[in-house]
Ligand binder design. Structure first.
Ligand code: HEM
Length: 447
């Protein structure tokens, strides 16, 4: 169908609500169906909002990289999350975003991240002490507890495991941003139970992060360390960051950094439990690289472990879609898309497209070995361009450290459904428990 210069083809759905009902029924199926029927750039409508799905790697590259300033984060996101983190790195725009990104980047340099590895390893090790021979572990819960603990210890120097306010608020934010629920498309101001809970928890969280700032400020500068919290407190003191930006960033990092990584770990464990040969291969790599406990110096050498994680993120990208909005009329892959159109970029759809991936449903880490002629944006679990995930390296290091720590001590097999139902809500989550039975290995030390 030639639509050169026109609006992308699609199905506007019912009057008023558009495609909202189909979308909230099964969002993954909806986007795949749209691609199959109308192509990799296709239009639809949600409650009067014009939207386009973009599942073409070249168009994604154009949006995220080449013409990134023609696109904003947009209304869909600010409407759901602006209240909690509108002045933070994830949602801010223009000069405000650029200033913050430049200031925070040093907390994510490789040398800085290397110093976080002992905390990542110790957190994993403490959790693994609770596992025992023949124990059945619910993987998602175990990984969530680890990642929130790691985030608290490394970036904020606090033990968040003892602070239910953080997990409560995180749950409330994620529920608010739950695209699987019909009501999540309603404006923030509508007093649904989810919105009321969200407001209450955000207020509690703001008080908590103010307390963290006060505690840190009372410490003499030379004793503050240089974690993200100290960096941000320093910028507030020098007038480079407002208190509102400070709060919104703490909330941003808590929100963006733990569930995503926990899901990445959960899906990697699922894939390795389903593929015992790959599990064994990676265990052999870990045994040959790690002498004693996992260190920062080991991580670059854990190449096959990295591929096992990359391939799990291909099949199950925790951020299965993300949004942009056109800031002016744009031309994209020959189509004309007007200013103010919502664009949905979907790693889920692109990562499972047989045009770029041979036998896309199969878990095969070796896809990531050596050169490939795939387009760059056929794989984008961490986004791309200037707004790519600032925590990407952090997440990869944490995932490698945790997976290597598990493999050193345990073998595991899947006892739950090998092909679990998924819920595409704020992130792509398993709808049911993912359970493994672990057997302790005889020959390794306990850390
Ligand atoms: C497997 C784990 C993770 C995945 C899959 C993931 C995915 C993503 C994606 C796709 C984006 C881009 C969103 C967009 O362009 O609209 C993003 C941005 C972001 N992520 Fe992550 N992320 C992960 C872990 C983390 C961690 C550990 C942190 C913090 C320590 C973090 C903090 C952020 C922040 C602050 C942004 C906004 C960056 C900006 O706009 O400048 N993420 N992430």
């Amino acid at each position: 169908m030639s639509t050169e210069g026109g609006y992308p083809p699609g199905d506007g759905g019912l009057p008023v609500v558009g495609n909202t009902v189909e979308l909230s029924r099964d969002i993954l199926e909806f986007y795949e169906g749209l691609r199959n029927e109308y192509g990799r750039i296709a239009s639809y409508r949600v409650f009067g909002t014009d939207a386009c799905m973009v599942a073409d790697p070249e168009a994604i590259r154009q949006i995220l990289l080449e013409d990134h300033d023609a696109y904003e984060k947009g209304d869909v996101l600010t409407r759901s999350l602006g209240d909690a983190m509108g002045d933070g790195l994830f949602l801010s725009a223009g000069e405000q975003w650029h200033r913050q990104r430049t200031r925070m980047q040093p907390a994510f340099y490789r040398e800085r991240l290397d110093t976080y590895v002992p905390a990542m390893r110790d957190t994993a090790s403490q959790s693994l002490d609770d596992w025992h021979d023949e124990a059945v572990i619910e993987v998602n819960d175990a990984m969530t507890a680890m990642t929130i603990d790691v985030l608290g210890r490394t970036l904020f120097g606090v033990d968040v495991a003892d602070e239910p306010v953080v997990t409560d608020a995180s749950d409330a934010i994620l529920a608010r941003f739950d695209t699987n629920r019909f009501w999540s498309f309603l404006p923030d101001s509508v007093p649904t139970p989810t919105n009321r809970r969200y407001r209450r928890e955000i207020e509690r969280l703001r008080e908590f992060v103010d307390g963290l700032a006060d505690q840190r400020r009372r410490r003499p500068r030379e004793e503050r360390g240089d974690d993200l919290l100290s960096i941000l407190v320093g910028f507030v003191e020098s007038g480079d960051l407002t208190m509102s930006e400070f709060r919104d960033n703490l909330i941003t990092f808590l929100f963006a950094g733990h569930e995503t990584t926990a899901l990445g770990l959960t899906y990697t464990v699922l894939c390795l439990a389903r593929n015992p040969d790959e599990q064994e291969r990676i265990r052999a790599e870990v045994d040959s690289v790690c002498d004693g406990s996992v260190t920062a110096a080991d991580l670059p050498e854990l190449e096959q472990t990295g591929r096992a994680i990359d391939e799990a993120l291909r099949l199950y990208p925790p951020v299965y879609l993300f949004f942009r909005e056109t800031a002016r009329d744009v031309k994209l892959a020959g189509y004309r898309i007007p200013n103010g159109t919502t664009l949905v970029l979907s790693p889920w759809v692109v990562h499972r497209d047989s045009a770029w991936w041979d036998d896309p449903q199969t878990y095969r880490p070796d896809r990531f070995a050596g050169e490939s002629d795939r387009p760059e944006y056929a794989y984008f679990p961490f986004g791309g361009g200037p707004r790519h995930c600032i925590g990407m390296r952090f997440a990869r290091m944490e995932m490698k450290t945790v997976i290597a720590s598990i493999l050193r001590r345990y073998e595991f097999e899947l006892v739950s459904d090998p092909d679990p139902e998924l819920i595409a809500s704020s992130n792509l989550k398993p709808a049911e428990d993912i359970e493994i039975r672990v057997s302790e290995r005889a020959s390794t030390t306990s850390n």
